[in-house]
Design a protein around this ligand. Structure first.
Ligand SMILES: *Cc1c(COP(=O)(O)O)cnc(C)c1O
Length: 457
């Protein structure tokens, strides 16, 4: 099966973008050129150069709206969807998700600052992390941002800092529910081997410790069971487990009013991927919480969820320019592009798979050529695709890689002193810059040559 001819002909699901490989506005014009957000990708590269990150506003907003709509439909209590900003953190993304009524989760002062600068209201931000610094905790407390306590050290630091400020704070507690998820299966274990959160068996002791603090009030529970998950059962089980923990906390006098079930809904990177829709995921999460609360005569808590990948991944593509070819007869043909592991570390880190096509003539299938698409970095493993059917192509042609909106820009590096690409927002034929392209000179900004070395030279 030819990857490209199938995926570009699939009917697009407008309501749940995570079920598509391509952004919802993807089209091919009569000259066989690829457009996203009614912008020609070829024109974008002429103007902004390559490699280029492109984000489609309509896909982003459709994803946000799908979460909001499904929460209204299936959850009769109050709710707040929260964007996991590590997926793609920028002032633009913070602003967009705030405009859709989302909250945001952050794990560092940098992500917190980006959220505040982008206009996310502080009461809708939650602060995660298994090793928050004192400076970060102080920043969160001063800005009235809710802290999700991850471990004993975290709690101790919070207690000392809140005492020294004489400042009351509300916290949520993160625990590991003993549900372990893999993409295609999941297992439940007694205690889950993870660096994040309190073990479920240690919660009784923790609840007692919190009751004795002066300024700390426990108001919420948090669990996050994994990422790129295609099953619904783990989240069905999670609701029930979390409601059991609400009851346990009640025994220690804590009134839990917020339940945060984390993120994890998968997206379609390749033809083989078939994730549930946003609607189905929210339905599962909501019904399991509602059912468990009804059974125990509990008022419905504020239901929070934290999608990252399923908000931004499908909205993003990366455009590369093809440079050199190297044919190893009888083995493979390498085709090198002008980016690679610095702008997308997922293939070398997790052997992640993507889909791609040529920007001009995306449906061209007159060639049976398979290419190994290599990046330009000094690592043999810097390979974006092992065997990609691409049709006839030559130096100077452009390749569009789909599904790169999440965990690409946010995980990018300057390995080999490669400057980070620009990022462009597209919508209704308009293209706007949301991240300037770095230059090699920018990369020198933090280098320091001690004086005595300057004198020597
Ligand atoms: C990464 C993460 C998320 C988002 O996960 P996705 O798979 O991108 O939806 C949500 N919550 C926490 C605590 C996370 O670490």
């Amino acid at each position: 099966m030819n990857v490209k001819t199938s995926f570009l002909k699939n009917k697009i699901n407008e309501d749940s973008p995570n079920k598509n490989i391509v952004p919802v506005t993807t089209t091919i014009n009569s000259e066989h050129k690829l457009f996203i957000g009614e912008c020609s990708l070829e024109d974008l590269v002429s103007k902004y150069d390559s490699p280029l990150y492109v984000l489609d506003e309509i896909t982003l907003r459709n994803s946000c709206k799908a979460y909001k709509k499904a929460l209204e439909k299936y959850y009769p209590g109050p709710s707040l969807p929260i964007y996991a900003s590590k997926a793609n953190s920028s002032i633009f993304m913070s602003n967009l998700i705030a405009s859709e009524g989302f909250g945001l989760d952050a794990v560092s002062e940098g992500e917190l600052l980006t959220a505040l600068k982008g206009g996310v209201p502080n009461e809708k931000i939650v602060f995660h992390g298994n090793n928050k610094s004192d400076k970060e905790i102080e920043f969160a407390i001063k800005n009235n941002i809710k802290v999700i306590v991850d471990n004993d050290h975290d709690l101790k630091r919070l207690e000392e800092i809140s005492n020294s400020f004489n400042h009351d704070i509300e916290i949520m507690v993160r625990f590991t529910p003993g549900i372990e998820c893999h993409t295609h299966e999941y297992i439940r274990t007694g205690s889950f081997d993870s660096k994040f959160g309190f073990g479920i068996e240690s919660l009784g002791r923790l609840f007692e410790v919190i009751s004795k603090t002066k300024h700390i009030k426990l108001t919420g529970l948090h669990a996050h069971i994994g990422s790129q998950i295609f099953e619904l059962d783990p989240h069905n089980d999670l609701g029930k487990i979390m409601v059991d923990v609400i009851l346990q906390a009640k025994d220690f006098g804590h009134n839990i009013k917020e339940l945060n079930v984390g993120g994890g809904l998968g997206i379609k990177y390749t033809e083989e991927d078939d994730p549930p829709s946003i609607d189905e995921w929210i339905k599962t999460v909501s019904l399991s919480v509602v059912k468990a609360c009804d059974k125990n005569n509990l008022n419905l808590p504020i239901l929070m969820c934290e999608p990252g990948r399923s908000i931004v991944s499908t909205a993003g593509v990366t455009i590369y320019k093809i440079g050199s070819f190297k044919e190893i007869p009888g083995i493979r043909t390498y085709l090198s592009v002008d980016g690679g592991m610095s702008d997308n570390p997922r293939p070398i880190t997790y052997q992640s798979k993507y889909s791609a096509c040529l920007v001009n003539n995306p449906l061209n299938s007159n060639s049976k050529n398979k290419y190994t698409v290599a990046g330009k970095h000094c690592e043999s493993g810097d390979v974006l695709f092992k065997e990609l059917e691409l049709g006839d192509c030559k130096t100077g042609d452009l390749i569009c890689v789909f599904g790169t909106g999440a965990y690409n820009n946010s995980m990018s590096s300057n390995y080999n002193r490669i400057p980070k690409p620009a990022a462009i927002l597209v919508c209704n034929g308009e293209a706007e810059i949301i991240q300037k392209r770095e230059s090699p000179h920018d990369l020198l900004k933090y280098d320091v040559l001690p004086d005595r070395f300057i004198k020597q030279s």
